[in-house]
Design a protein around this ligand. Structure first.
Ligand code: AHR
Length: 810
């Protein structure tokens, strides 16, 4: 069984990537067989099986679901003036931050403009604002004036070439105290990269806050961006877990999610420094998430902070307010309108209860702190709300047992082939134990930005959920959304920009399973060939994670001594290098320096065909929380296979090879140069630090099967549904035997997800390059053959005549 890795470990974990074909060409293996016992229906499939895990990550809310077009409209957070461009009036100083008379107690900063004869404020939103010709946009701002300001504010929408496409005017000159002004604008032209431009004049001082521009057209009551709301809806999810993820925890408790800060007037919500590297405005708060869940027709699953952040826990004697928060959250969602929190829900526009039935206690929490806190939450919640279904976290293969949870949430981020091997892991789960919520899973290694092979790995794993539907009752891919310009995590099911979205191949895998779930499993036996994984290969690289570091004297040598690469940063600079992540790389005094202390920073060089080699380099940490990385076997910019020195907050050295890794304790101090050497030979890696051997690691020989499958029945239609993943690169001729199905014959449907290359991805330009195609097929009897294309997922929907259906299924 695959281990559950701690978040930090997974965030920093390195693994190789699959680019082109995964397996060397093989002659097709012996034909495979799939036998389904149609007349022996087994477990019921939970109607909650396929759902959504929603996190405020990758700017999924601000810039995505929440349709505010202005970035940094409230001047809160640590980067108060960021995302605004100012052109001050001649002789005037530029706008500055003011906190002398805040808009309200929660919104303490405003913009102080001295307009003089004409000051211009420009905001481009999140990589451009989407203006659609003829649609209505609502503009508003809060203003107050002082020092005899007499001017008006010209409000203009500009297209990407700075031409005015709509305009209006606001007169704040009589506002000695804060007043909110609004107007509507209708662009004459469409442009996905528009801007908002405010021009102020008339002297004096003008104070501005909550500068907002939103399209009038939104999705249902939750008010989210329509195309993204539809994209979620089209997945036909059964539940909606929110709002994270690590977002719930934060690195420190001060940055943890507190639902009470997210209610009511947006101007009074307290933004959160999001662990995913931006400020969350909470434009979608607890109320809107409950509303969105309702609009999607799903069961809400709220994940509450348990008094634990990534780097600290609240002392047990101060846990009371966290428990009270959980009780109040339930009262907000469900309480009568004359209860304190139920009344607030009604005031916020939803007098009817939201019917919250599921509460997850913590996200990815574990260890002694969690084991102590779990019973306290359970006792308090169950005493007041005995019917609430409480979900516990599973961590490092451990979960709290006292009291025993109804449901345990476990998370997996692996390679495609690991997921294929994991398709049998639930076969051996304790049937007397808690039900399983596979609350987060995705192929994150060798996945590119979300490729076909990754989708097939997940599909193979998902066949295991269906076959073990008596244990696995809920599952959700993670995460769902990313702004294409802020991929803090990779991959993500839906990629969007200001105007468009596309689903990665995994999006279609999710949809194919949820649309073809069935409600009872049918026993299935699969016999297919065994395949080996190929050896890894790829470029080399250097990296940092929340640290700044320097590198010099890098040399890459083939086993026969041929020099593949030798650095000469002083003369050649960064010739041949490419970069990924938020790093700042420059050559300083002949040394390569990376100076930003942020996660996931990489520089890469060399040839993706390189397989066995030695890497030698000198490295020195300058500052930050961790050390540095030597990377290898890189085939995609998202690949991070390599040696991490000082990972996990400077506690470990870890080397990753395909699906295995070796980890030892280790720390890197700032200031000292170190000699690093990595030797790669097939599945064997050795790493030396200052001449001392740190890792000597052999990857085990790993196999996969060519076919993974599950079978279910849809009682309403009588359809038999067989899902088959062909993990081989070649078509697999398969005999399918639907035993006990009577004299089946007639038309059936095959829904097939495949593409020419397992590394194929979708994009804005080719959003359905990897998407399912449906074909009608003719079944000639309960035993038939089908050739499953290489690298494919097929859903076979086979109708059963009423006659057979009635006799087979009492
Ligand atoms: O899904 C992305 C992240 O993975 C989530 O925030 C966290 O729960 C996990 O580590």
């Amino acid at each position: 069984m695959s281990s559950l890795l701690p978040r930090n470990l997974r965030l920093s974990l390195f693994s190789a990537t699959l680019a082109a074909a995964v397996f060397a060409p093989h002659a097709p293996a012996a034909p495979a067989t799939i036998s389904v016992q149609v007349d022996q229906p087994a477990h019921k499939i939970s109607p909650m099986l396929w759902g959504l895990f929603f996190e405020d990550i990758n700017l999924s809310v601000d810039s995505g679901l929440y349709p505010e077009l202005v970035r940094n409209s409230s001047f809160e957070g640590s980067d108060h003036l960021r995302y605004w461009k100012f052109t001050p009036a001649p002789g005037e100083s530029g706008p500055s931050l003011d906190d002398s008379k805040p808009l309200n107690a929660f919104n303490r900063h405003s913009l102080h403009v001295r307009p003089g004869s004409g000051t211009v404020l420009l905001n481009s939103g999140f990589w451009g604002m989407n203006f659609v010709a003829g649609e209505t946009y609502r503009f508003s701002l809060a203003a107050r004036v002082a020092d005899n300001a007499k001017g008006k504010i010209k409000v203009e929408l500009l297209d990407s070439a700075d031409a005015v496409v709509a305009s209006g005017q606001i007169d704040p000159s009589a506002d000695s105290v804060w007043k909110v002004h609004g107007l509507t604008l209708v662009p004459a032209k469409s442009d996905p990269r528009g801007k908002l431009c405010l021009t102020l004049d008339g002297g004096g001082s003008v104070f501005l806050d909550m500068i907002s521009l939103q399209p009038e057209r939104t999705w249902k009551r939750s008010g989210v961006r329509p195309d993204l709301g539809e994209a979620l809806h089209a997945l036909k999810p059964a539940f909606f877990r929110f709002p994270g993820g690590c977002f719930v925890e934060g690195d420190y408790l001060a940055d943890a999610y507190q639902w009470k800060y997210t209610l009511g007037d947006v101007a009074s919500r307290t933004p959160q420094e999001n662990v995913w590297d931006y400020l969350s405005t909470h434009g979608l708060g607890y109320h809107e998430y409950l509303q969105l869940s309702e609009d999607l027709g799903t069961e809400p699953v709220f994940c509450i902070n348990v008094g634990m952040a990534h780097l600290e826990s609240v002392p047990l004697d101060r846990i009371g307010p966290y428990i009270q928060d959980a009780l109040d959250a339930i009262e907000y969602a469900n309480g009568p309108v004359d209860s304190v929190w139920g009344a607030l829900r009604a005031k916020n526009g939803h007098p009817e209860p939201f019917n919250l039935r599921y509460l997850e206690i913590g996200n990815e929490n574990g260890g002694p702190d969690y084991l102590e806190r779990w019973p306290l939450f359970v006792k308090a919640v169950k005493a007041r709300y005995p019917d609430m279904i409480l979900i516990a976290n599973r961590w490092y293969n451990a979960f709290p047992k006292d009291p025993m949870p109804a449901i345990v949430d476990e998370h997996y981020y692996e390679t495609p082939e690991s997921f294929m091997r994991m398709s049998t892991q639930y076969d051996s789960y304790d049937r007397a134990g808690p039900k399983i919520f596979v609350g987060e899973y995705a192929v994150t290694k060798r996945a590119g930005h979300g490729n076909l092979r990754a989708a097939l790995g997940e599909a193979a794993f998902m066949t295991g959920f269906e076959r073990n539907a008596d244990v696995v009752t809920m599952a959700a891919y993670a995460p769902i959304l990313t702004n294409v310009n802020h991929r803090a995590w990779n991959p993500n099911l839906i990629v969007f920009d200001s105007a468009r979205w596309y689903g990665i191949p995994s999006y279609y895998t999710q949809q194919m399973f949820s649309e073809n779930a069935g409600d009872v499993t049918l026993p299935i036996t699969v016999t297919s060939a065994e395949l080996s994984q190929p050896e890894a290969h790829g470029r080399v690289g250097l990296g940092t994670w929340n640290s700044s570091a320097e590198f010099k004297d890098m040399k890459v040598t083939a086993p026969d001594g041929t020099v593949l690469y030798e650095s000469d940063f002083a003369k050649k600079g960064l010739e041949g290098w490419s970069f990924a992540g938020p790093g700042e790389w420059q050559v300083v005094d002949g040394v390569l320096r990376q100076s930003v202390e942020k996660p996931k920073i990489r520089a890469m060089v060399g040839d993706t065909a390189w397989k066995d080699y030695d890497i030698q380099v000198k490295a020195r940490k300058l500052s930050g929380r961790e050390g540095f990385l030597v990377l290898f076997h890189l085939r995609h910019e998202e690949d991070r296979t390599g040696w991490n020195l000082g990972g996990w907050d400077n506690k470990y050295f870890n080397v990753g090879l395909d699906d295995s890794q070796d980890r030892v304790s280790g720390t890197i101090e700032a200031g000292q140069w170190h000699d690093l050497k990595v030797e790669l030979r097939g599945g064997h890696v050795r790493c030396w630090l200052d001449g001392k051997l740190i890792h000597d690691h052999h990857s085990p020989e790993l196999k996969i099967k060519s076919l993974y499958a599950s079978a279910t029945r849809d009682t309403a239609t009588g359809d038999i549904i067989v899902k088959v993943v062909n993990a081989a690169e070649y078509p697999t001729e398969t005999t399918i035997n639907l035993s006990g199905a009577g004299n089946l014959s007639g038309q059936a449907r095959a829904i097939v997800l495949t593409s020419e290359n397992p590394a194929d991805e979708n994009s804005f330009d080719a959003p359905r390059k990897v998407a399912p195609r449906t074909e009608e097929i003719t079944i000639t009897g309960p035993r038939f053959t089908r050739s499953f294309p290489g690298n494919s997922l097929t859903v076979l929907r086979i109708p059963v005549t009423k006659q057979v259906h009635a006799t087979t299924y009492p």
